[in-house]
Structures are given as C-alpha cells and as structure tokens.
Design a protein around this ligand. Sequence first.
Ligand SMILES: Nc1ncnc2c1ncn2[C@@H]1O[C@H](COP(=O)(O)OP(=O)(O)OP(=O)(O)O)[C@@H](O)[C@H]1O
Length: 872
Amino acid sequence: MAASAKVSVGSHVWVEDPDEAWIDGEVEEANTDEITVNCSGKKVVTKVNAVYPKDPEFPELGVDDMTKLAYLHEPGLLLNLKCRYDANEIYTYTGNILIAVNPFKRLPHLYGIDTMKQYKGAPLGELTPHPFAVADSAYRKMINEGVSQAILVSGESGAGKTESTKMLMRFLAYMGGRSESEGRSVEQQVLESNPVLEAFGNAKTVRNNNSRFSSIKEEESRAAIRTYLLERSRVCQVSDPERNYHCFYMLCAAPEQETERYKLGKPSTFRYLNQSNCYEQYYLHYTSSGCNLPVVAAILHLGNIEFAKGEESEASEPKDEKSRFHLKQCDEKALEDSLCKRVMVTRDESITKSLDPDSAALGRDALAKIVYSKLFDWLVTKINNSIGQDPDSKHIIGVLDIYGFESFKTNSFEQFCINLTNEKLQQHFNQHVFKMEQEEYTKEEIDWSYIEFIDNQDILDLIEKKPGGIIALLDEACMFPRSTHDTFAQKLYQTFKDHKRFSKPKLAQTDFTICHYAGDVTYQTELFLDKNKDYVVGEHQALLSSSDCSFVSSLFPPLPEESSKTSKFSSIGSQFKHQLQSLLESLSTTEPHYIRCVKPNNLLKPEIFENNNILQQLRCGGVMEAIRISCAGYPTRKPFNEFLTDSNNDEVDACKKLLAKVDLKGFQIGKTKVFLRAGQMAELDAHRAEVLGRSARIIQRKVLSYQSRKKFLLLQAASTDIQALCRGQVARVLFEKMRIEVACLRIQNQARTYICQKAYKVCALLLVQFRQGCEQKLLESNFTHIMKFYFFLLVWVFMTCNFLFTQSQIRRCLCHRHYVRMKKAAITTQCGWRRRVARRELRNLKMAAKEAGHFKMLRASWKINWKNSRQN
Ligand SMILES: Nc1ncnc2c1ncn2[C@@H]1O[C@H](COP(=O)(O)OP(=O)(O)OP(=O)(O)O)[C@@H](O)[C@H]1O
C-alpha cells in the first residue's frame, strides 16, 4: 500500500471507519502525530500515518485499471470499484487480474455475440475490462506462443464464479468455432453438460441460490472436467433455509409415472430433505437422465429408514412399517444386514456383531454419502468421456473455478480443505505476480534486486507437511479406533504449541485457529475425523458390488483381495492434498490469468455495495497482496509521454532533472517508463499542488493589484476632476458673491463718502456763511461763543466722517468674516463629498476584496482610503 503523503490543513484524506471501511474528510488540524479530520461534520482524531491522501483529480467514473490510480491504496481501490459498479461497469483490471463484481441483475448487453466479436483479437486493455478479453488473451497466447494457459476464477460462494466460467467457456467455444460437419466443440459440449453437473453438484445455500459444492472445478478447453471435494455431508444434513442437491427435488417433481415408479412423494416426506423448510424449485426442471435416477431415489428412501432397539441387547432393527417400506425399495434383507450388523475379522475367525440404533443410523448416512459421491464421480467421468479429448492437442486452456477463502462462525473440514486450496493458490499467485513484476522490471532494464517477497510456505508446512503436519496427524487419528476429535485436538495443541501460525482459542476445548494469509480462521474439530475417513464399510462395499442393478455394482467394483485385507483406510485430506499438488503441477506448466469475483452484498441484491464486505474479499482474493507486492517494488509506472507534459527529445534526462529537482530518491527510469516507489506519486502531486498554488497566488496577486491600481487611478483622476470642478464652481459662486458684496460696499462707501463730502461741503459752506455772518456779529458779540460753535461744528463733521468710516470698516470686517466662513463651508462641503466618494469606493473595494478572498486587495483599499483621507 502506498505510504500516506504529507498532510496539511485543508487537504482531503481517507480515514478508517468501522461502518464504511473508509470515509473521506478535510484536515482541520495537523500536529506532528495526530490530525483532526472533518468528515461531513463528524470530527475524527487519528494518527497521521493512519490516513491516506485522497486524489483530488479522481475521475468521476473511475479508471478501468487500478494501476492507473494516482494513489494505489485500499480506499482508492474501493472508491474506484464503487464508481464503476454504480455505472454498471462491473469489471475492472488490477494489472492483469480481472475483478468482477456480481451485479445480481441481468446485463445482457455485456455478453452478446456482438461483444464477443469486438473482443476477438483485441489486445488486452484496449477495450473495457471483460472476461472475454481474458479468454481472448489466453486463447491468442496459446495459439501464438504455444503455451498452455489457465484461467483461475475465484471468489466466495455467490460471487459469480460459475457465471464467469460460463462466459469464458462461451467465448472459447466461439473462438474455437467449428463448422457443422466437425460437430460441437469441446467448449460447447462442456457448456451443455453444465445443467447436469449443476443438478448433482449444486444446491441452494444462504450465500447462493445455486451454489456449487465441489470446491474446485477445472474445465479444460480441449480436455475434460475435473471436480474435487464434493461436500458429501450435505446429502444427509441440511440446515434451514438451505437445500440439498438440486437433483433430489427435481426427481420429486418428475412426472407422476416416474415418481410412481420410484415410490417417491413430496420432498417434505423425506428426512434428507425435510430438515429444512425450503423446497422451492430454484433450479432447472426435471429432465430424465437415465440410469442414475434410481440411485437418487434410493438415497432418499435410505434416509427415511429409522432404527429402534432390537431384541438382543445393543442390536437394532428397522423402527416400524414405514421404515420397512423404504427398506423394501432395495434388497431388504441384504440392506438391513449391512446397516445393522458388522463382521469383525480376527486372526482365527469372523464374528458378526450387532449395531445399536445410533451406530446403525450413522452407517445408513455413511452409505448414502458414499453412494452419492460415487454417483457424482461417475457423472463427471461420463461427461468427460462423451466430450472426448482431442488427442492431437498439445496445449490446453484450463478454466479453474475455485471456492474462495472461507471463514464462518463454524468452520469444519470442508473449510479447512478449501482454505488449504486457497493457501496453495495464493502462493502460486504471489509467485506469478512477483514474476510478472520482475519481468516488467527486466524488460525496462531497471534494478529490482531488493524487492522482498513474503511467502506463505510456513502455513502450507503446518497443514500438509509429512510427517507432522495437520493432515498427517488427522490421518493418524483416523487410523486409531480409539481416537476422537478431542484426542486429535490435544495432539495438535501439543505439536504446534510454539508455531506462530497455530493457536488454541482461549475458551475452546477442541477448536484450533490457523493464521491464514487472509486472516485467522478457527476450526471446530468435531467432525474432522468422520469427514476425513473415506473408506467404504466392508458390508456396504459387499452389498453394493453385488447389487442386482448393474449400474450400482459398476460404481463399486469388488476390491482386490489384498487391499481388502490390508488397510481399509483412505483419507480424504490426503487425497485432496495430492489432487491439489497435481493441479498445481499442471498449473505451473501453464500461464495463469486471474479473475477475482466479488460479491457486493450478502442479500444477493443489486445496487448494494458493502464496503467492508468487499474489502475483505479483495484481501482474501489476493488483490491486496498483489498490490502489496507491486508496492514493494514500483507501484507507479508512467510512460514518459504521460509523465512529462512537455516531452522533448531527451525524455530520460528531462525525467531525471524533474525528479532531482523535487529531491525524490529511489525512483527508477526505465526504457519507456518512469518507475516510482509507493507514495512518491503522492509526494510529486503534493509538490505540484504547492508550486501551482504558489504560482496561482502570485498571478492572482499581480492581477488583482493591477486591477485595483487601474481602478484606483481611474477613481483618483475622476475624484480630482470632480473635486476641481466642485471647487471651481464653489469658488466661482463665492467669488461672485464676494464681488457683489465688495461692489455693494464700494458703492455704499462711495455713496457715504459722497454724502460725507456733500455734508462736509454743506457744513463748510454753512460754516463759511455762518462765519461771515458772525464775523460781523463777532465784533459785537462774544467771540468765544462763536469759536465754541465753530469747534463743535468741526467735531460733528469729524464725528460724522469717523462714523461713516467705522461703518465701512465694520462692513469690510463682516464681509471678510463672511468670506472666511463661506470658504470654510465650501471646503467642508467638498470634504464631505470626497469622504462620501471615498467611503463608497472603500465599500466597493472591500466587497471586491471579500469576493476575491484576497487580503492584498484589502490592503489596496486601505491605501486608497488612507490616501483619500490624507488628501481630505
Ligand atoms: N455477470 C453476472 N450477471 C448477472 N448476474 C450474475 C452475474 N454473475 C453472477 N450473477 C448472479 O449471482 C448468482 C450467483 O452466481 P454464481 O452461481 O456464479 O456464484 P458462484 O461464485 O459460482 O457460487 P458458488 O461458489 O456458491 O457456486 C447467479 O445465480 C446470478 O444470479
């Protein structure tokens, strides 16, 4: 997985969530160790290294190959799958692994003949991901390179393995298309045989309405069908709401003449079917398939035989008439004996021992299981023979349909075998992915020597090592008559007490836990011994091989004298181990292709995408491990033309320079691609975002300041013009007013001076006349009085003049004060106007600054404001 990139406040990251697996949010606080992330209002405090960066440029519809993701991590993978799933794009590549998410709805447009035509011959990756593309690639490799191919389809029950396999087979049938005269192709015949195989090998489970109970089904183009590990216990034990194998219900629903013939009734009348209340017909309808039908009917009758205590102590016998009726459907006496009695062979003699009712019932179920399993094997052989192998074909395409890793509440021997298969295939898968990585690095001529590869060999040794592995100990326990699951469990605890992959759960007495590559699984040992035993009880063998029905006797040919005397024991676990080994040997000679099927929800419904569920399947399916292997090397690889936006002639040099500039270490430059270590793409993106952010800020600042300055200058000029205009007008008005006032005053003064002059002249004349008149009288009167009069007159004149002068002075003074006040008023008016203009301007600037979110703009507005106020 990619290492988490540097997180900073404001960046978007993925945070782990118990319900949704991963949720995204914005970083609100970032300290050295911890960060606070706001995930849609929910604050999450977590460790810095527990989050993954979210790709800000994540494409809305995702990418068709996970390796194209900028950040290759769990949440990225999940988001990509979800986006595609929502758009009905159910297939996605992870390198050359195809991930198929079950749509649980029909998407016919995806599988038509036209689609097949499109994929025929198209290079892998050119068209949208599809099983046809995988099949086509395998087919072309086989034809062109002469190498056998294998397509491994895996996934949990209900994930869509069978559907994908059918699609692969259809495409291969189309590719290998034969003319009418050549007959049907192998693939067509395999496809046609599917309904029969599914009727006998499939059942309804809670996980899938048509679940297959053979854990590996291998279908080879130009070869045959092989199945491994049919779940035998299902024949006798079904839990609600699951069903037994489809064929039982189909037979019960057969036409009356058939049911009459086999004395069959409704499914609810049979013990092997009525343990569950689910009888709905989920699958195909009855088609007569010949000689195996009496066997299926016989198994149902066998299940209805119940036992009661017999006359002798510890003996048993059919419980009632009903049981006898079912017993009579076969050879009554022989069957009763083989179910109720056992022959003990000692050195000297043979002793017949009666079985108690419980042991007889166990024997009955064992008989049913072995008959059904032999019937199934016969069916597969029959189909293989009828398909026929092409003796001239040198190469094959093997289609492997494998049960995925299983971990339930109760895990028994089947889960143990299935998980062993998955461990084996995981090792093969890891080695293959690792090899592919190496091939890519070698092709690009880069140094890859330090990539480590985690092997699960220790788990395989724990399970299958001989002697001393779990299977070997189980076989040992099965061979000792006194062994029980308890003694087996104690032996395991003792042997593996120090094994780091093995543990004993604290409260359990007989359970054990294995730490598998996909997680811990606790197994319950209760039925391990029974399920591992694969021997046919001697009495059953004798009964069946001497059956009147030739079909049944052919299923159980008499054993050679020697083998019946020596060991009767044969272990399912060991057989399975060997089959697995030979399967892997065949696989190693082929070139593998992988399809990982994913079940998006447990409700088996469309449009529900359960993150945690899917993530667990991706982990178990090895997708995460493939990514981990890829991450151990160079998970991000970009062709030069994608890596460099501006590629010149020397791309290698340009890449080196670019990466050295950001101080990136450990990358490699191949012949056509740049190889980056995990997390380096995120680092580069962070650098790029930082540089782009900085440049954007500079450009913004420049543009904004240019715009503000331009606006400011315009405003300044406009305001100066307006000011000048206003000032000029005000001044002109004032001046006019002043001029008028001054003119008035001058006129007044002139008038007054004129009046004064006139008055003075009149006074002077009067005085002269008075003086002349008086001069004569002076002689006769008192000269002093005359002088007094004369003096007073002068004073009066002077006073008058003075008064007039003072008046004009006062007026002038008043005028001046008026002028000053007027000027002041004009200036105040101007200031107010300017302030208003400036305030409006400031407001506009502030608003613009807010919109632009840029403090530089604010500063510009403050500057304007300040300048305006200074001017004011
Ligand atoms: N590509 C698909 N398109 C539409 N429906 C699908 C597709 N794949 C699977 N399904 C649906 O999912 C169901 C289960 O699929 P399938 O039987 O292939 O699962 P499986 O993995 O083989 O299960 P098991 O291992 O139990 O046999 C199918 O019956 C079908 O309804």
